[in-house]
Design a protein around this ligand. Structure first.
Ligand code: GLY
Ligand code: MN
Ligand code: MN
Length: 455
């Protein structure tokens, strides 16, 4: 069932090049000086149960700085002979472990194929670090990832403090480098956009397949299996976050992931699911009637959300504050609900954060940065005021309305009982018009009605 959709995918982009990793490293290190030591660690594997691990996914900062994907790696940058050295410590090759757990790139692989100057076994990371710390003045490390590294760094700082009359060198301060890396990750390069476009295309097709397969009686998990099946079929590593597949009243639960109910033709299904490709996330939500035809009431709500989303996408432009899409979407949603008689306040009253009625039906933000993490890094108000959008930033635009008739805290209008609609796209800010990376995923009422149940 996946062949036609697969054939229609664009060609897979090439993986991020070594040159780009080098360029990123150079850009990060240009912010540091002789005497600075930068440490980036990825988490160890986590046990799921007994001797089974969760699928491993490296830390995004590690992926960003060098692309290393094996567990338990440490990347360090420090000065040696007047220049910066990138030095990675990785799980060594170990035939017995590889027979049981799978191939490792090992030290030789790291040196051969990765953008690093030196590589050693992770077993040696602490002894190396101990030595490097002696000549470091400032250490840049995110604490809480590798407790052994944290302890060594803290001991070195304390030692320096205690013996400062005798001890000429050693670190005097510890800082978290992730804010600086986040600033870089916020602005995507062309190579990154290509990866994100591919994740977005696979995810769009997966949603379209799920639409086509929808029919009365199908279970949420069956639709989930089509979506996630196509993520893998399309050559991505799978989901970027657990898929939300909720029908009927489940569509009004924002983070519903149980996905175990049967669906009826008169219900709306809301699916929030995106694939991860080369570490980069897509994040799409579509909502459609299982039976393929919107009721009048469903159509009314859908049109309000779609109008809000289109208006919000249109302001994803260079120079606009990051929260303008949210403000625009909220206003359009409030106007729509006033028109439908759901809200009896004025627009300004409805938008009030304390007493406005909009928050009863729309309780989340309209978007977030997107990249190596689905809720990607980057502060929204770096100097206390909203960040202005720049070309290369990618954000989601995802307004919704949720009429949970099961909620005791509100009187849900009967006409809209258990309608949950969210429409979410991934938008690249450019020097021209907003570029909707997920633009091929159907979202007009006509397209949806044509596709749903067409399999
Ligand atoms: N999928 C999570 C979100 O939309 O933010
Ligand atoms: Mn999102
Ligand atoms: Mn989402």
């Amino acid at each position: 069932m996946f062949d036609a959709a697969f054939e229609a995918l664009p060609e897979k982009p090439r993986a991020i090049s070594k040159e780009l990793y080098r360029e990123r490293q150079k850009r990060l290190l240009s912010q540091f000086d002789v005497g600075d030591l930068v440490i980036i660690s990825s988490l160890p594997e986590a046990t799921r149960s007994n001797d089974v691990h969760y699928p491993y996914r490296s830390s995004s900062d590690m992926l960003y700085m060098c692309g290393w994907t094996d567990p338990e790696a440490t990347l360090m940058f420090y000065h040696e002979d007047g220049q910066w050295i990138s030095h990675i410590f990785v799980q060594p090759k170990d035939t017995l472990m590889e027979i049981w757990e799978g191939r490792r790139h090992g030290v030789e692989g790291a040196l051969k194929d990765w953008a690093v100057d030196k590589a050693d076994s992770s077993e040696e990371v602490l002894s190396h670090l101990d030595r490097i710390l002696e000549s470091s003045v400032r250490v840049h490390v995110r604490t809480g990832i590798n407790p052994d590294i944290d302890a060594l760094v803290m001991t070195a700082v304390k030692k320096r403090d205690r013996k400062r009359q005798h001890f000429g060198s050693g670190p005097i301060s510890v800082e978290d480098p992730s804010r600086r890396i986040a600033e870089m990750r916020l602005r995507k390069s062309d190579e990154e956009i290509q990866q994100m476009r591919y994740a977005a295309e696979v995810s769009s097709k997966a949603h379209e397949l799920a639409m086509a397969a929808s029919k009365d009686g199908i279970h949420e998990f069956q639709i989930q299996s089509i979506i996630e099946g196509f993520f893998v079929y399309g050559g991505t590593s799978g989901w970027a976050y657990p898929s939300i597949v909720g029908c009927g009243e489940n569509a009004t639960i924002l983070h519903y992931t149980v996905n175990n109910s049967p669906c009826q033709s008169d219900e709306i299904i809301l699916i929030d699911a995106g694939a991860e490709y080369e570490g980069y996330a897509a994040d799409i939500t579509r909502s459609w009637p299982i039976g393929g035809v919107f009721s009048d009431a469903q159509k009314e709500i859908y049109e309000v959300v779609l109008d809000a989303q289109e208006k919000a996408i249109d302001v994803c432009r260079v120079g606009n504050p990051y929260n303008m899409p949210h403000e625009v979407a909220c206003r359009a949603l409030a106007e729509g609900l006033i028109r439908l008689g759901v809200i009896s306040q004025s627009v300004e009253e409805a938008l009030d954060m304390e007493s406005g009625e909009l928050r009863r039906w729309y309780m989340h933000n309209t978007g977030h940065w997107l990249g190596l993490d689905v809720h990607d890094v980057g502060t929204y108000k770096p100097d206390g005021s909203p960040r202005l959008l720049e070309a290369g930033m990618v954000l989601t635009v995802e307004p919704g309305l949720y009429f949970g008739a099961w909620r005791p805290d509100v009187d849900c209008p009967e006409r809209y009982a258990n309608i949950g609609i969210r429409i979410e796209d991934d938008v690249l800010v450019t020097d021209g018009d907003p570029d909707v990376l997920t633009g091929s995923c159907p979202k007009t009422i006509d397209d949806i009605e044509r596709i749903v149940g067409s399999l």
